[in-house]
Design a protein around this ligand. Structure first.
Ligand code: WTA
Length: 632
């Protein structure tokens, strides 16, 4: 197993070594895994191209490290503990031995349908155990998985399938979420109608008792997977072969496919899981994220399984059958580490203190937060009403692109301070710069957060478009990886991540590009132009505010705004639907025709008094009109 730091002295020593001798430090961690052949070089890198290679020449399969190597010591230990949407449905406990068998069966089924090393497979499934099985089955064969969150629309799904030229889709028939049964396969049908020419087969997991007819190239999971042999040799992969693609939003254009590779991702997710959560044998660990996001990849599936942990998966939502569901599950399974998003904490906090008070939460040792800044009120509530002041909060900052947790307190080891993600993990060399790229030295500073040295799970490229990767992350400041986040470092060196400084917004912990939402709105036939910004929202962190110019029409404003929401739902999915849509006569623009988003953000945030100088605008008069009709 990778190192598990136990004291402040150990953290300081590990951090120091990771900076002075990064190769030696990470090589020692890598040696704790099973490799078919050791690496030739630990690290080769250059942030200008960028080209980053960890453990080059090393041969491995990540699933042997997640599964096979645990069989002798913990074959009968529960690997995945699954809790259904319906609280009356029995939970499912899958041991490491059973999980290995199920992964092998699924891998054999994929093989029988023609899937080979390097093929892309899209997974579009609810939070059922089969999703984790399918992820690992792809990795077993060296096929590259691309999990698409099952809330995305048919159009968004088709875009992702086509960008990766995926050969196969694995899905479920339906998704049980709260009191809703959401069609899943129907979304696949619609995506296929839009055109996904690379898809050869669709594997459908049955998650309901409803009947459904499948066509020739579509196969039921129970007919195809359950009949397979329970052994399947693992494809031997190079450390730098692709493990998966995960699409994420940026400030421009369509979402990009962030690429992670096998070796470095394995080492880093295991290391950070063990240290951030201080997982001990026998603990029950629960991350409430969806496997459709990076948090689910790294800290429901890979990190915990690499570390031989018991990881929980929950099919449902925190509000069903009532606002006590999370706490009921914590009590039922005696959860020790609980990892969720600030948006969920705020929603549950608003439901009242009596609800968590009715459950036994005494098993909780560590509380995690991820995905967006956690405000002080939510931090304090989480600390006192859930952790009873005894379970340290780890506010973990990281990104799809970083693959694993980058900045976090270490529970019981480093101190915690509300709203601060605190200290970098060993191996993470943070740098603060100003807008010109000058490094800000010392403490008590605020600036743009960058990283100056590679860590094992840094993204390698964006699928099919390496130049975009260079442009987005490595061209803003020479020689640095730019995170897109603004942050401050307090007098003692703790880091607080304030939020995005680009045109990415964070809605309920979901990353969204404002350009992406604007492009969707533009699809409405009456829309001439749209500008989208984020604004502070009590529960969601940020809400979506759209300013829209429409051509003259007889439609009422209510009809138009409803139709616009429907278009966004169709193009991206419900998570991108604007909270507020204001029909405006014009948008404030600079003389060169650029939309002044700064002003729109101020108006959306109800900060009309501090709009700043608007005299240089091409059309300053429009600002007063927008302000008059603002939906604040
Ligand atoms: C934000 C999620 C403040 C940040 C793992 C980052 C955070 C983006 C935190 C990445 C945190 C994530 N405090 N902000 N603890 N964690 N963020 O790719 O703006 O979905 O750039 O990865 O979320 O979102 P992503």
């Amino acid at each position: 197993m990778t190192e598990q730091m136990k004291s402040l002295e150990e953290y300081k020593a590990s951090y120091k070594r990771s900076v002075e001798d990064p190769e030696g430090f990470w090589e020692d961690q890598a040696k704790t895994f099973h490799w078919h052949k050791p690496w030739d070089t630990v690290l080769k890198w250059n942030f200008n191209e960028p080209k980053i290679e960890w453990f080059q020449g090393g041969k491995l399969n990540i699933t042997e490290n997640c599964l096979d190597r645990h069989i002798a010591s913990r074959g009968d230990q529960v690997a995945i503990l699954w809790e259904a949407n319906d609280p009356d449905q029995p939970s499912e406990a899958i041991t490491y031995r059973q999980l290995l068998e199920r992964v092998c069966q699924c891998a054999n089924a994929l093989k029988s349908l023609g899937i080979q090393k390097g093929d892309r497979v899209v997974l579009y499934m609810p939070m059922v155990p089969e999703l984790a099985v399918a992820v690992l089955a792809c990795a077993r064969l060296g096929a590259i998985h691309s999990v698409v969150f099952a809330g995305f629309s048919a159009q968004a799904l088709a875009d992702r399938v086509n960008d990766a030229s995926a050969k196969m889709i694995i899905c479920s028939d339906f998704n049980n979420r709260g009191n809703k049964v959401i069609p899943v396969k129907a979304v696949i049908d619609e995506a296929m109608k839009k055109g996904c020419p690379s898809i050869e087969h669709i594997l459908v997991h049955k998650n309901s008792d409803k009947d459904m007819a499948l066509s020739d190239h579509e196969h039921w999971w129970h007919d195809t997977v359950d009949v397979q042999s329970t052994t399947c040799p693992a494809e031997v992969m190079d450390a730098e072969d692709m493990l998966f693609i995960l699409y994420t939003s940026g400030s421009t254009g369509k979402p990009k496919g962030v690429v992670h590779t096998c070796g470095g991702y394995m080492v880093y997710t295991c290391y950070t899981f063990r240290n951030a959560f201080q997982y001990q044998d026998g603990d029950i660990y629960w991350c409430t994220a969806d496997i459709g996001w990076i948090t689910g990849h790294s800290y429901i599936v890979y990190g915990p399984l690499l570390a031989g942990a018991t990881t929980m998966m929950f099919e449902g939502v925190p509000t069903y059958p009532d606002y006590g569901r999370f706490w009921q599950i914590v009590e039922k399974h005696k959860v020790n580490q609980f990892y969720t998003a600030p948006t969920a904490i705020r929603a549950l906090m608003a439901a009242g203190d009596d609800i968590p008070a009715a459950y036994d939460l005494s098993t909780l040792k560590v509380l995690g937060s991820v995905g967006e800044p956690i405000n002080e009120e939510a931090w304090n509530w989480y600390n006192s009403h859930i952790g009873k002041g005894k379970a340290p909060i780890i506010d973990t900052w990281w990104q799809t692109e970083t693959g694993g947790i980058m900045i976090t307190p270490l529970p019981g080891i480093t101190d915690t301070k509300p709203t601060y993600a605190s200290y970098p993990m060993p191996g993470i060399q943070t740098v603060f710069v100003d807008a010109e790229g000058n490094e800000l030295e010392g403490n008590d500073i605020e600036g743009l957060l960058c990283i100056k040295f590679p860590w094992p799970s840094i993204l390698r490229t964006t699928y099919g478009d390496h130049e975009r990767c260079r442009q987005t992350y490595f061209s803003t400041f020479e020689g640095l990886y730019f995170t897109g986040d603004g942050a401050r470092r307090d007098a003692e060196g703790r880091i607080r991540v304030i939020g995005r400084v680009d045109d990415v917004i964070n809605v309920s912990g979901h990353r969204m590009g404002t350009a992406e939402v604007e492009n969707a709105i533009d699809e409405h036939p009456n829309v001439i132009e749209a500008a989208v910004v984020g604004y502070p929202h009590n529960i969601k962190g940020q809400g979506i505010y759209a300013y829209v110019i429409v051509e003259p029409t007889d439609k009422s404003e209510a009809t138009l705004t409803n139709e616009i929401r429907d278009v966004v739902n169709r193009e991206i999915g419900p998570i991108a639907k604007p909270d507020k849509i204001q029909i405006v006569p014009g948008l404030p623009k600079t003389r060169s025709g650029k939309i002044m988003r700064r002003i729109l953000r101020k108006i959306a945030s109800n900060e009309m008094d501090s709009l700043g100088d608007i005299s240089t605008l091409l059309n300053p008069e429009v600002v007063a009109e927008i302000t008059k009709g603002a939906l604040t």
